[in-house]
Write a protein that binds this ligand. Structure first.
Ligand code: FMN
Length: 406
């Protein structure tokens, strides 16, 4: 039997192995540093914000089946892989509305971002700016178009719009976007009425949160979040600041159930920039909207927050790209949580993906740093996936393709 030769321990070698770090004042720092996925960040986020806030982000409509099916579809993607290709240089950039972005990832419009973390919309837009991406501001934002433009003047910004009951109200909001240099409008069309969000109803969610008896307990559990809420600006629909109506009434005016294809024509007559229609859920509607001369469509079920048991965007993506992909840019969203999800969407023909919850988990976990981390985790996985499938750029990713296993 061979015997290992033993030596007297070498002190310098022993010291070189020591990797002690001073404990941080932030009890979550270790977990944040070790996060490998957006789901790891979501676990930290859950600990940092009140349950009602986390549930508002994570939850979807009715039985939350649409969201689960979207998630399942991403997991069923199988890439076509090529080996023995030179993948020493990987280019993840894409041209969107005539300008280059560094990743095919766009920040979705999400309402009330300052509820998730007091830094809110400007922090996300700043990440978009620093990473050369596009940020979309929601009509229900807690930062107004002008405030956003002032806070992050260099960011590429799109504005999300609803056709409101009174078209004059929509015009007033469009004017704010125009005056503040927004590049494109995203028209959300999957909200003729509000989705039924049972989790929020069960949690008694109100915007802004009401101080009730059980809130006192909630404050004790998440004191920092509440301190930030009380010591920063009022939580409100910032685009409607100064309107002489209660917020509850305003919310009722934002969705117009009588909106039709004719309203897209109307929007084209009052906005001379690009229009992207968000919430397309069928090949037939994609065809109809593409005829109206819009720049793009987003296959989306609002992250499952509107119609439950609706079509799964990823499952209709290849057909939609085949039918209208030469006429309009086809984007997709819903449960995009990783760089491999992004790679899947591109391989199946999408121009780019929109992410919602992913960056909200990041902001709830660690403010702007958390959003930054989400993008870096996604970038790392996308680049890695491209190299391992033998694709040097997004054109090659699309050429390689993928299938969705049944
Ligand atoms: C908290 C939250 C708020 C949202 N607010 C809006 C909104 O104001 N307008 C809109 O068009 N979509 C809104 N959405 C939908 C997103 O734009 C996007 O379609 C969806 O989040 C994509 O799914 P994902 O969150 O799983 O990425 C919201 C989504 C979330 C999670």
């Amino acid at each position: 039997m061979l015997k290992s030769e033993r030596k007297f321990p070498s002190l310098p070698y022993f010291w070189s192995l020591i990797d002690f770090k001073l404990p941080s004042l932030n009890p979550y720092k270790g977990k944040l540093d070790r996060a490998q996925t957006v789901s790891d960040l979501a676990k930290v986020a859950k600990k940092r914000v009140p349950k009602v806030v986390f549930d508002y982000v994570e939850g979807s409509a009715v039985d939350e089946v649409s969201y689960a099916r979207s998630r399942d579809a991403w997991d069923r993607v199988e890439f076509n892989s090529k080996v023995l290709r030179d993948v020493s240089l990987i280019d993840t950039s894409e041209i969107i509305l005539g300008r280059k972005v560094d990743l095919p990832i766009i920040f979705s419009p999400t309402g009330y971002t300052r509820l998730m973390h007091h830094v809110g919309e400007p922090a996300v837009a700043n990440v978009a700016f620093e990473k050369n991406l596009v940020y979309s501001l929601s009509t229900m934002g807690t930062t107004s178009p002008a405030e956003l433009a002032q806070a992050v003047p260099g960011a590429r910004k799109w504005f999300q719009l609803y056709v409101m009951k009174n078209r004059k109200d929509s015009l007033a909001v469009i004017k704010q976007a125009k005056d503040s240099g927004f590049e494109a409008l995203i028209l959300t069309v999957d909200t003729p009425v509000a989705g039924l969000r049972y989790r929020d109803n069960r949690n008694g969610l109100t915007i802004p949160p009401k101080i009730r008896l059980n809130t006192v307990l909630a404050i004790a559990r998440k004191p920092i979040w509440w301190l930030n809420l009380f010591t920063t600006g009022k939580l409100e629909f910032a685009a409607f600041r100064g309107w002489d109506k209660p917020l509850s009434e305003l919310a009722g005016l934002i969705f117009d159930p009588s909106t039709t294809f004719a309203d897209i024509k109307w929007l084209k007559s009052v906005w001379d920039g690009p229009i992207i229609v968000k919430g397309i859920q069928s090949v037939a509607d994609a065809k109809e909207v593409a005829k109206l001369g819009v720049s793009g469509i987003i296959l989306s079920n609002h992250g499952g927050r509107q119609l439950d048991r609706g079509p799964v965007p990823l499952e209709i993506l290849p057909e939609v790209v085949k039918v209208v992909g030469k006429k309009v840019d086809v984007y997709i969203d819903g449960a995009v949580m990783s760089g491999l999800d992004v790679l899947s969407a591109i391989a199946l023909g999408a121009k780019a993906v929109f992410i919602g919850r992913a960056y909200l988990y990041g902001i709830m976990a660690d403010g702007e740093r958390g959003v930054n981390k989400v993008i870096e985790l996604m970038r790392r996985e996308l680049v890695n996936g491209m190299a391992l499938t033998g694709a040097r750029n997004l054109k090659e990713v699309r050429a390689n393709g993928a299938k969705i296993r049944s």
